[in-house]
Structure formats: C-alpha cells, structure tokens
Design a protein around this ligand. Structure first.
Ligand SMILES: [Zn+2]
Length: 165
C-alpha cells in the first residue's frame, strides 16, 4: 500500500500502530475464507462502522463478507430441506399396520401354496396350523382349536370363529 498523508498522518504508520479493533479499509486482518477453507490474511475493502464488512483474501483473491469462522453447512441451516426429509416418515403407514399387512400377505401365500386342503365341516375335527377351505370365507389357517369351535384366520375375512357340532 502506498503512503497517503492527510494532515501529516502517515496511514501506513497508523496501521502499524493501530490497536486491536481499529480496523480500517486497506488494513490487513485474519478472516475466514470460504474459498480457501481456512483462516487467511485478508485486506479490508469495506467497513460498516468500526467492523469490517467486506474483505479481500490475499491468498486466493476472492472478495467476500467478513467472517471469523466457516459459514454453517447448508444442510443444517436450511429449514426447507430438513422439513422435506421429515415429511416422508410422517406420511408412512404405521409399523403395526405394515406388520399386519406383511402377515396377511404371508398367510395368503401360505394358503395359496397349500396342496391338500380339507373342506370345513362342523362335524369334523381339526388341529392348529391346519389349512381348511370354507364355503363362504375360502381358505383359512386354524389358529386355535376350542372345544366347540375353531379359530380360523382367513386371508380375506380375518380371524373367524367357526362353530363345531
Ligand atoms: Zn481465500
């Protein structure tokens, strides 16, 4: 920087003698450079009051707003992106419903894959785990055998109690 003399004051001398916080345009200071990704020596190019506003990086030559540390990453700074990410789990079906749907699907596959299926007859006796065929409900899996009834889970109608005689 060339010397300028205003009313006898040497600016270069004044800069050297400047106390901490006595920033002025043209002075050097340590500032964060986003382009360099580190704290580098900058020249002040604009001031607001007593604070540096714009600085010029002496390493890469980029001119930017004065800051002492890195700007916060955009990912945590942007509310929009976070809200967008949260909206997906919110619209998802609840885990219980998903579990039931998966069980129902598994049951449907098991019922369809069953080769030998007895027709339901209230006079017959069945055992738990057996797959039966019901005239109204179709195929179902015996879940529980009670003294006078069967608890059968059908892939369409769900759990039903079939009376035995
Ligand atoms: Zn830089």
């Amino acid at each position: 920087m060339h010397e300028r003399r205003i009313t006898g004051v040497s600016w270069s001398q004044h800069n050297r003698a400047a106390p901490t916080g006595g920033h002025k345009v043209g002075a050097d200071l340590e500032a964060w450079c986003g382009k360099c990704g580190e704290s580098t020596t900058h020249s002040i190019v604009a001031m607001v009051g007593t604070e540096p506003k714009q600085v010029l990086c002496q390493v890469c030559g980029s001119r930017h707003a004065y800051r002492t540390g890195p700007a916060r990453p955009r990912a945590t700074k942007s509310d929009g992106a976070v809200a967008e990410g949260e909206s997906r789990p919110r619209v998802a079906v609840d885990p219980e419903a998903q579990k039931r749907a998966a069980q129902l699907r598994a049951l449907g596959e098991e019922l369809a894959a069953a080769g030998e299926v007895r027709r339901f007859d209230p006079k017959e006796r069945y055992k738990a785990g057996e797959i039966i065929s019901h005239p109204d409900f179709g195929r179902g899996k015996v879940e529980n055998v009670l003294r006078s009834s069967l608890l059968v889970r059908f892939s369409v109608g769900g759990l039903k109690s079939l009376m035995l005689v």
